[in-house]
Design a protein around this ligand. Structure first.
Ligand code: 4AD
Ligand code: MG
Length: 463
């Protein structure tokens, strides 16, 4: 008989139904003549209670084999539960232990472990309540994101992970090479001879799929990417990963305002969807991790985001009586302390800041008529800070060429990007959502390393 998921049994199981369940033992409680097991298969926060009766064949040796962490299959009848806390429980007529689990060395004990400790046991931490809930919410977010775009006719496009261009120009690239690092071939002038490398030129892991997404938007109008991106950012913070997932919609015939509307609709849709699909998990986060999780989610779904220009943001920051670590003046990039002040304290909701100074933004952003700012926008979230970065793109060939020249970006390498402005150019815009920052925001988890199964950060690539 096909095993049923525990979430399904807890919700829909009826007394006298015969079911098979498979999972891992969370706890075992022995009483005189019988024992209680709590079994979890990852499908829900709640466990299925299983009562082992003393008259099961081989009861005593079976009970010895079953320990916290062991994997079991139980087949039997569902019965109404006598105890509190669950509607239904299982009284198996047969139980099979697949793999034992040595209680002396099993690192997951029945106490609260710190998230730091759990990171060291990344191969086991998904079996805890919190990480289990995180990865279910993460899955629900991914599913809602695809639904949002698919319902609106956006094409999911797959952009390369290996690329020769630095989209953001921030110099945070990981090199991809198959040169022998012990004997690097060199030119006469001492520089590396990349003609002997795999691609015949320097190549990197992508920091963003945007430039290629723009190519695809120029024939499908509305596209999005959803894939991993890589940044060799040597910052050990609770918001940065070296490998993270990004969602990048790109929309043709769209300006900055359309882009901001899309970002707002998108976040509202995803929050609403996850509120509906993962209510128990969000309730758990609200109780155990951050008391504002549910209020934040409801606030996002039902209120308009704040929208202010960068210039207004700077004025507000100068006016407030806060002593920031990084002083503010027009022209500087907003630091996370500024972003959090705006979203968390001043407006108490997601805040979109737009029209940033051109000198602190990437080459592809559209120059505004003032000649000083570009049509960029960041969505700032309470607690997390920047969660989305986006812009209207420079669609005018002459302006783009001029900007690239000013910023020393070689035009030969991006000849195809310029071609898009020669052949049927059109105003277009898009943004990038950091997937892990979204999951952090939604769950209230403090550290970004605890919302991705296997975090990649400086000096750590275990598992
Ligand atoms: O603001 P960013 O750098 O924008 C881009 O890459 C554009 N090409 C996006 C676009 O317009 N298509 O990055 C976008 C988002 C950030 O707002 C942040 O949420 C996330 O990606 N992000 C990171 N998340 C985790 N770890 C890091 N090191 C991140 N760097 C950026
Ligand atoms: Mg950004």
């Amino acid at each position: 008989m096909e095993a049923r998921r525990i979430t399904d049994i807890l919700r829909n199981g009826q007394p006298d139904e015969t079911v098979t369940v498979q999972g891992w033992v969370r706890t075992k409680r022995e009483l005189k003549g019988f024992a209680f097991l709590e079994i979890n298969d990852g499908s829900s926060m709640a466990n299925l209670q299983v009562i082992l009766n003393g008259d099961l064949p081989d009861y005593e040796p079976l009970l010895k084999q079953i320990t916290t962490g062991s994997s079991v299959e139980a087949i039997g009848l569902l019965v109404p539960s006598q105890g509190k806390g669950q509607r239904i429980e299982l009284q198996p007529s047969s139980v099979r232990v697949y793999g034992g689990c040595d209680p002396e060395t099993y690192p997951l004990q029945k106490k609260r472990h710190s998230f730091e400790f759990l990171r060291d046991i990344g191969h086991l931490r998904a079996r805890t309540n919190t990480l289990g809930a995180v990865f279910r919410v993460r899955n629900a977010c991914a599913s809602a994101i695809h639904q949002f775009f698919q319902e609106r006719g956006f094409l999911w496009v797959h952009t390369p992970l290996i690329t020769a261009s630095d989209c953001e120009g921030a110099g945070e690239l990981f090199a991809v090479t198959n040169l022998n690092l012990k004997e690097i071939p060199r030119l006469e002038n001492g520089e590396i001879d990349y003609s002997q490398d795999f691609f015949g030129k320097p190549a990197y892991l992508t920091v963003s799929g945007q430039l290629e997404a723009e190519i695809m938007a120029m024939s499908f109008k509305d596209v999005y990417t959803f894939g991993p991106t890589f940044r060799a950012e040597n910052s050990n913070t609770s918001r940065h990963l070296a490998e993270f997932w990004m969602i990048e919609p790109e929309k043709a015939f769209c300006d900055l305002e359309g882009d901001m509307n899309l970002a707002e609709d998108f976040l509202k849709y995803v929050f609403n969807s996850v509120l509906n699909t993962c209510p128990e998990d969000l309730e758990f986060f609200n109780q155990r991790i951050d008391k504002t999780v549910l209020a934040t989610a409801e606030n996002i779904v039902s209120n308009q985001f704040e929208r202010i220009s960068y210039t207004e943001a700077v004025e507000l920051l100068l006016k407030c009586d806060r002593a920031f670590e990084f002083p503010v003046e027009w022209g500087v990039d907003l630091q996370s302390e500024h972003e959090r002040y705006l979203a968390e304290e001043l407006f108490k909701k997601p805040t979109i800041v737009y029209n940033y100074p051109k000198d602190i933004k990437a080459f592809y952003m559209r120059l505004n008529d003032d000649g000083k700012t570009v049509a960029a926008m960041d969505v700032l979230a309470p607690k997390v800070g920047e969660i989305i970065g986006g812009s209207q793109r420079e669609e005018r060939l002459d302006r783009l060429e001029q900007r690239m020249a000013e910023m020393d970006i070689p035009q030969e390498e991006l000849w195809w990007y310029l071609d898009l402005r020669r052949y049927g150019t059109v105003p277009h815009a898009g943004f990038g959502l950091g997937f892990e920052r979204l999951v952090q925001f939604m769950t209230g988890m403090n550290n970004i390393r605890d919302v991705i199964p296997f975090p990649r950060v400086p000096l750590s690539a275990e598992f």
